[in-house]
Design a binder for this molecule. Structure first.
Ligand code: NAG
Ligand code: NAG
Ligand code: NAG
Ligand code: NAG
Ligand code: NAG
Ligand code: NAG
Length: 343
């Protein structure tokens, strides 16, 4: 690697961008149910799973942010479902699915069945039919550690808002089941919330999923100023700042109803241990998930790690510089697009 003078500067700037792009998403969560089996290295299941990841990295159709994919043949067939939040454009959706699928197989590896959530999308895969099946595991909840100053009023406003949004989302058609909105909760404070089911859920299963999610709010989100409840077939989120965009429009003609998904016998799910493969710093980050601090702490950790592991002097300088520049950018919120124009 050439490593001198101006070349180093540009070289490290470009790599800093790459590091930013690859930096762990502080919103990322993944989970699996313990007893669903593992696949082994170099198995055809792994090859098929990799095919799913590459399908998710090269989507050409938008399909309003919902995808039902499969790869390979039984018994090694992998089936997958992918969903973007209803306010994401095709480009935003594609890049979210690519990142999330890639991170899923890295951070929850070797599971025949696993689910990942990031800020704008959800990716699931399994070795069985999952289309149309209501699922309650794996699930997780990520909350902001800050407390609402007026939790009672805040939660009253929030629960009314969530009820309204859930009704709208569940009544959505087979293309999208999403709703977002705001409400005022005491002290003129505004709460913003969004809920969404994977659109393969029928109205009843969507309502069921969102009702369970709302119940979980009482456990995990009570009195918080921001929280995400994440399930395989629906997601709920609220914040005290506007976090959603205008929904991407659906076609105006009502689409003809699609037949319900495969009618395999109901799967009884539950009791499985839930893990999300995160420890230490990462676990703490989930409580800070909406804070830039989290991202910066992770980058600092990455930077320190690289500097301590690298023996070559040139590489030490290179990576340390890379780490500092990356930190600086993340503090300055310089977007890759703006930065790209310098290179
Ligand atoms: C599956 O893999 C996980 C993580 O690598 C491991 O903890 C677990 O023991 C494995 N389960 C089986 C049944 O091999
Ligand atoms: C998988 O394949 C790679 C490359 O072909 C090889 O290096 C590795 O040892 C294989 N692993 C197993 C567990 O077979
Ligand atoms: C979803 O994918 C599965 C597996 O590929 C397929 O059997 C099923 O027909 C698909 N359903 C829809 C509605 O596309
Ligand atoms: C609702 O979910 C259950 C459980 O997965 C499934 O058996 C059922 O077919 C779903 N209902 C519809 C109408 O899709
Ligand atoms: C919920 O819906 C009802 C009936 O449409 C409406 O009166 C109320 O203002 C809504 N509340 C919120 C918080 O959106
Ligand atoms: C809250 O939602 C209403 C539509 O229901 C919208 O007109 C208003 O601008 C929103 N308020 C804020 C502060 O986003």
């Amino acid at each position: 690697m050439e490593c001198s003078g101006r070349l180093l500067f540009y070289c490290s700037l470009i790599l800093s961008l790459a590091a930013l792009a690859l930096a762990d998403d502080p919103y990322f969560e993944c989970g699996f149910v313990e007893d669903r089996g593992n696949y082994t290295a170099n198995s055809s299941y792994q090859a098929n799973l990799n095919r799913i990841v590459s399908q998710l990295s090269s989507l050409t159709e938008f399909n309003y942010g919902f995808f039902n994919l499969s790869a390979g043949e039984s018994p090694d067939e992998v089936k997958a479902i992918a969903l973007c939040t209803g306010d994401r454009t095709q480009d935003e959706c594609n890049s979210c699915l690519h990142r999330t699928a890639t991170e899923l197989i890295q951070r929850c590896p070797w599971h025949k069945e696993a689910t990942a959530w990031s800020e704008f999308c959800l990716v699931r895969y399994a070795n069985r039919d999952i289309f149309g099946q209501l699922e309650s595991e794996p699930r997780t909840c990520a909350f902001n550690t800050r407390k609402a100053s007026n939790p009672v009023q805040f939660n009253d406003g929030l629960s009314e808002l969530l009820n309204n949004l859930s009704n709208i989302a569940a009544a959505g058609g087979p293309l999208r089941k999403y709703a977002a909105g705001n409400a005022t909760a005491g002290n003129l404070q505004t709460i913003y919330a969004a809920v969404q089911c994977t659109p393969d859920m029928d109205k009843q299963n969507c309502t069921h999923c969102l009702d369970d999610g709302k119940a979980e709010f009482l456990n995990c989100c009570y009195g918080r100023i921001g929280c995400r409840v994440l399930r395989p077939t629906c997601i709920l989120r609220f914040e005290s700042n506007p976090f959603y965009h205008t929904a991407v429009p659906l076609p105006s003609l009502p689409p003809s109803p699609t037949p319900p998904g495969p009618t395999t016998s109901p799967t009884s799910i539950g009791g499985g241990n839930q893990q999300n493969g995160r420890r230490g710093l990462i676990a703490r980050c989930r409580f800070l998930y909406d804070s830039k601090l989290c991202l910066n702490v992770k980058l600092l950790r990455r930077f320190t790690y690289l500097c301590s592991k690298t023996v070559d002097i040139c590489a030490v300088f290179f990576f340390c510089h890379l780490g500092l520049v990356t930190l600086l950018f993340s503090y300055m919120h310089i977007s890759a697009a703006v930065f790209g124009s310098f290179c």
